[in-house]
Design a protein around this ligand. Structure first.
Ligand code: AKG
Length: 292
C-alpha cells in the first residue's frame, strides 16, 4: 500500500465547502465547484433526525450475519488495535438503511449536484475505521474502476458519522475526473485482489510521491457530506486516533448512465436483474428514485 507520509497535510489545498441552499438543493455555486473540481463538501447535509436513524441502522446491522459474503469486508493490519470494516447493499436487508434511501431528503439534495432528470440509487456503503486501525489506509483509486457502468453522472455522497479531523480525512486530486480516463481497480485490502481486473487499464499513479499533485482535503463535522465524481481520484489514511471514524456513503446515478457488461469482478458485485450492455440500469437492485 502506498505510503501516505510523503505529503503532509500542510502541503494540501482545501476541498471547497458549501452550506446547501435548502434541504433539497445544493445551489449553483456548489454545482459549479463540483463540475470543476470533481469534489465538494456540503456542511450540515444530514441533520440529527436522519443521523439518529443511521445510528440505529448500524446498531441493527450485525457483520457476523453476512460473514463470508463479499459485500462485507473486515481488514485487520498486523499490529493494529482495530479493524477497518466496510459493507455494501445493506438497504436490501436493513429496514432503517432503506428508510434513509427512500424517505430522507438525501436523494433530492445530492441528486441536485448531478443536474439530472432521472435518479437511480446505485448502492450504500458503510465504512468504519475502528480506533487504532493505523495501517488501514485507503489506496488512491477512482470508484469508476469498480463499476459495471458507463456514463459520467455518478456520485459518491460520503456522510461523516463522526467528527473527522484532517489527519484521518479523505484526500482528492482536484479536477482528476476531467480527463475521463478510468484506471484499474485496486483492492482496499492489500492482501486481496479483484478477479480478472481489466489489464488494459493503467494502474493508479502514486500521487503521494508526486510533489506537483494537486491534493485537496478537509476536516468534517458529523453530518457534513463529501460529494465526488466517480472518476475523481481519492485516498485516505488509516485511523491512528483512539476513536471511531465512520461514514455512510450513498451512491447515485443520473440520466447518462447505462449498464457495462464489465469483464471480471465488479464492486459492488451485484449486477442487477436482467440488465443488458448499454441499456438502462433500473431494476430491483438499482431502483429508480426519481423518474424525471
Ligand atoms: O473512507 C475511506 O477511507 C475511503 C472511502 C472511499 O474511498 C470510498 O468510499 O470510495
Amino acid at each position: 500500500m502506498a505510503s501516505l507520509d510523503a505529503r503532509t497535510t500542510e502541503t494540501m489545498g482545501a476541498v471547497r465547502a458549501f452550506v446547501p441552499e435548502s434541504r433539497e438543493d445544493v445551489g449553483p455555486a456548489a454545482i459549479e465547484a463540483y463540475r470543476r473540481d470533481g469534489v465538494i463538501c456540503l456542511r450540515g447535509a444530514m441533520g440529527d433526525d436522519w443521523l439518529s436513524v443511521i445510528a440505529d441502522a448500524i446498531d441493527l446491522f450485525r457483520p457476523e450475519q453476512v460473514e463470508g459474503d463479499e459485500r462485507n469486508v473486515i481488514i485487520r493490519g498486523d499490529g493494529d488495535d482495530g479493524a477497518f470494516q466496510y459493507s455494501t447493499m445493506m438497504w436490501r436487508h436493513n429496514p432503517l438503511f432503506r428508510r434513509v434511501v427512500f424517505e430522507s431528503h438525501a436523494p433530492d439534495l445530492f441528486g441536485s449536484v448531478l443536474e439530472t432528470r432521472r435518479l437511480n440509487f446505485f448502492y450504500d456503503f458503510l465504512l468504519i475505521k475502528h480506533p487504532g486501525c493505523r495501517s488501514a489506509s485507503t489506496p488512491w483509486h477512482q470508484d469508476m474502476s469498480y463499476y459495471a457502468l458507463h456514463g459520467t453522472q455518478i456520485i459518491n455522497c460520503w456522510i461523516a458519522l463522526d467528527d473527522i479531523p484532517v489527519d484521518t480525512a479523505l484526500r482528492f486530486i482536484r479536477g482528476s475526473h476531467r480527463s475521463g480516463e478510468v484506471f484499474r481497480s485496486v483492492h482496499f485490502d492489500p492482501d486481496r485482489a479483484y478477479e480478472g481486473p481489466m489489464e488494459e487499464r493503467r494502474l493508479p499513479p502514486d500521487f503521494d510521491r508526486d510533489g506537483e499533485a494537486d491534493i485537496v482535503t478537509c476536516a468534517m463535522d458529523r453530518g457534513d457530506a463529501l460529494v465526488w465524481n466517480a472518476r475523481t481520484f481519492h485516498s485516505a489514511p488509516g485511523n491512528h486516533l483512539d476513536r471511531r471514524r465512520a461514514a455512510l456513503s450513498l451512491n447515485f446515478t443520473g440520466d447518462d448512465v447505462t449498464y457495462f457488461d464489465m469483464p471480471g469482478e465488479s464492486d459492488p458485485p451485484d449486477r442487477g436483474e436482467g440488465l443488458v450492455e448499454g441499456g438502462p440500469i433500473t431494476c430491483e437492485s438499482f431502483p429508480l428514485l426519481r423518474p424525471g
